[in-house]
Ligand binder design. Sequence first.
Ligand SMILES: NC(=O)c1ccc[n+]([C@@H]2O[C@H](COP(=O)([O-])OP(=O)(O)OC[C@H]3O[C@@H](n4cnc5c(N)ncnc54)[C@H](O)[C@@H]3O)[C@@H](O)[C@H]2O)c1
Length: 358
Amino acid sequence: MGQPVNVGVVGCGAISAQYFQTIDRLPQLRLVAVADLDLDRAREAVRPYEGVDVLSVAELLADPRVDVVLNLTIPAAHAEVALQAIAAGKDVYGEKPLAATAADATRVLEAAAAAQVRVGCAPDTVLGTGTQTARKAIDDGLIGRPIAATATMMTPGHERWHPNPDFYYVPGGGPLLDMGPYYITSLVTLLGPVARVIGAASRTRAKRTIGSGPRQGEEIPVTVDTHVTGVLVHASGALSTLVMSFDGAATKAPNIEVHGEQGSLVVPDPNRFDGQVLISGKDGWQELPESAGYVGAGRGVGLLDFAADQELRAGGSLAFHVLDVMESLLAAADSGTAVTITSTCERPRPVALHSSVS
Ligand SMILES: NC(=O)c1ccc[n+]([C@@H]2O[C@H](COP(=O)([O-])OP(=O)(O)OC[C@H]3O[C@@H](n4cnc5c(N)ncnc54)[C@H](O)[C@@H]3O)[C@@H](O)[C@H]2O)c1
């Protein structure tokens, strides 16, 4: 193994702890510095880790040790922070979505191409054994030609548990832009890029009430649709039916099912790395053994392609396509007409079954 990739994190909120744990156990990565608008939050977040500098955003971006800026800010800040990192000559990897709008994401990708730096983006959960085992089953022909999929995410909303849930209810948030990246990235991994979408969406309440933390009981405004449905027409001809909701109480529907001409698959939660993959057969449903993907992975394994100096599986063009599909689905819902997707991407390279720790 060569030198580890030095990571500088901007944004030390709720999700950052999961990344710090992953980076800490992967010898291919080293956390050198963190920054946040709230420096106390940044200090607190890295207290368990030795030798990590707490810097201002400007200091972190100017730090010559930092190879990759890991952008864990809120969606509205994703593009701005990424553009600053690119201007500083750094590779960037960010939380999803790539940006709050496809227009902002275009600016990020164009700036990165001009500066010859790389862009990566969550979710990397689909590189785990769950989605990867299902993908291998499809690629090995176990269900025949895939013809359709369903994807369902139904929850009453993240304001029940997140102490600062405002970003979930403004543009860049909502059930589609927040949770859609997991499901649509998984669907593109399984079935390839999307060519056209139709959709319908609704908004049940104008306000939400924060359910935990110091702001418990505070009402926050809702300016996005909170129940989004649609059909994604893949370039292959397969049709994926999508339901993403912050309005439903609960569901027993599988997160994702894929149907082929000769069989069907139950694909586990794409917001997790692992989980049971089931395949239909003449004796009913059977579990497939893990056959592909990072074993025991955590958020941040997408950064490993930087360390291996390989094209990023969790890369900018996939993340852009997913954002384009989501934005187009909302436009289709708004206009009541089908929307053609102008972007496309390659299916990311599969991950062979192995541990993420080299
Ligand atoms: N919370 C989760 O469970 C979860 C899970 C998966 C992905 N994500 C994604 O991770 C990202 C962050 O979510 P979170 O829940 O950690 O949010 P959060 O609000 O808890 O934390 C975001 C942090 O970013 C900082 N920040 C915002 N703008 C900044 C800027 N311009 N410069 C520097 N710091 C800035 C804030 O001060 C805050 O500390 C989002 O894109 C979200 O979609 C969150």
